[in-house]
Design a protein around this ligand. Structure first.
Ligand code: SF4
Length: 415
């Protein structure tokens, strides 16, 4: 890439980069530049990029022997004086991202001695990221394996799994996300497919303990497992009354803000119609612990959510509501196997995510022929949420009528 127009000569560019970096260290708040100065990160490249108002990085590849995935690298573009590179590993992390202090010490030691002394603890994928120098990459892999972890999770492979903190820290957790993360990881096939990319594209699985969905399973998981409950949330009327008297909760607002109009307030008692409740968590967030999730816990399985994919981003589709994550494991395997099979047939192309694959074969065919979910197996969260449906029948009719009116307005009444 050619240099952006109007850049000063190299010496002056570096000087201006340093001035911009110093600017970022001013003020009473913590400065990322001050922290980065403590490492061997090529900070001048960052500074030059800020002056040029262009990314100073270009894509690159670093090959580390016996490591098939997880190494990502970029090199400073030609116009960056002094050059530089930034290479990092994704490292297996733990459910809920709980790290033992002795593990953090060991990782820090490895990073200081063999890397550039920089660790990113919460990457977008949830992975632990270690910056390294290409020359010591192989030594670093050995060091990681010695402390019981490994490099993994990039490319067309199973990406780092993600689980919310779940019952370890969160009062909303409806199932043990940490346990199921670990169970999923235990499978040899899962681990093999984390370290060896051979899929059409990436595959992500996420475990959220409740509909707040802290791992963003609906938006970002090829398979998402979200804790839900059957029926209405539980209401402790006495506690709620006290909260209302203390001005902490406005019941009229609670009813007005319920997205499905499931709440009614008669001035004395708040009622929630379980058949309408969409698990938005709005009333629970506003009035907890007077309103809590129901006790009949289930797991909602969503499939095909992603941001990047051949046909653009997609929300995950509700696939089923099951009693345990275990019930859905077989569907994960079947989905991935036919994703690969359809790639061999030429239907699925490279860079088709699971959501794209389902779009190509059709949700009904996916459900019945690939997963073998027949009509009776169709799950219900409440009577109107069926597999593949995101709207209940009432809403579907409302939107269909609305769309019909617009079509009529533009194209006239259909014969
Ligand atoms: S998804 Fe729910 S259970 Fe998990 S941490 Fe977030 S709020 Fe808590």
């Amino acid at each position: 890439m050619s240099a952006p127009p109007g850049l000063p000569p190299k010496e002056e560019l570096l000087q201006r980069a340093e001035e911009v970096l110093k600017e970022l260290e001013k003020g009473p708040w913590p400065s990322h530049v001050t922290e980065l100065r403590k490492t061997r990160y090529p900070l001048h490249v960052y500074g030059v990029g800020l002056v040029a108002r262009k990314s100073p990085w270009g894509p690159a590849a670093v090959k580390v022997e016996y490591v098939n995935t997880g190494v990502l690298s970029r090199w400073a573009r030609d116009w960056v004086p002094g050059g530089g590179s930034e290479v990092h590993f994704r490292v297996f992390h733990t459910p809920g991202k709980f790290l033992r202090t002795d593990f953090v010490r060991k990782i820090t030691k490895i990073s200081r001695e063999l890397g550039v002394g920089l660790i990113e603890l919460v990457g977008q994928t949830g992975a632990l990221v270690l910056n390294l120098t290409p020359e010591t990459a192989e030594q670093m892999v050995d060091a990681l394996r010695e402390i019981g972890t490994d490099v993994g999770g990039s490319g067309d492979a199973i990406r780092a799994l993600n689980a919310c903190v779940g019952p370890a820290l969160c009062e909303f957790a409806l199932y043990d996300t940490l346990k199921w993360y670990a169970e999923f990881h235990k499978g040899k096939r899962v681990n093999d497919n984390i370290v060896t990319p051979n899929y059409p594209f990436k595959f992500k699985a996420k475990f959220s303990g409740c509909p707040f969905d802290c791992t963003r399973a609906v938006h970002r998981a090829d398979f998402g497992f979200i804790g839900v409950w059957e029926g209405a949330p539980e209401v402790d009327q006495e506690l709620l009354r006290r909260k209302i008297e203390a001005g902490e909760v406005d019941p009229a607002k609670l009813a007005a803000n319920c997205p499905s109009g499931a709440i009614t307030w008669d001035g004395k008692e708040l009622k929630i119609d379980g058949s309408r409740c969409k698990k938005s968590m709005h009333c629970i967030r506003a009035a907890f612990p007077a309103i809590k999730p129901g006790k009949k816990v289930k797991i909602a399985v969503v499939v095909g959510g992603h941001v990047k994919g051949r046909f653009g981003g997609k929300m995950g589709k509700p696939l089923a509501v099951v009693n345990s994550v275990e019930e859905a494991m077989d569907w994960v395997v079947k989905t991935v196997e036919s994703w690969m099979e359809y790639m061999e047939k030429g239907v699925v192309k490279h860079k088709d995510r699971i959501g794209d694959f389902i779009m190509k074969v059709g949700f009904k065919k996916y459900l019945t022929e690939i997963l073998g979910i027949n009509e009776e197996r169709k799950p219900t969260l409440h009577p109107s949420l069926r597999a593949g449906a995101v709207l209940d029948d009432e809403e579907r009719t409302m939107w269909a009528n609305w769309a019909g009116k617009i079509v009529e307005e533009y194209f006239g009444k259909r014969p």
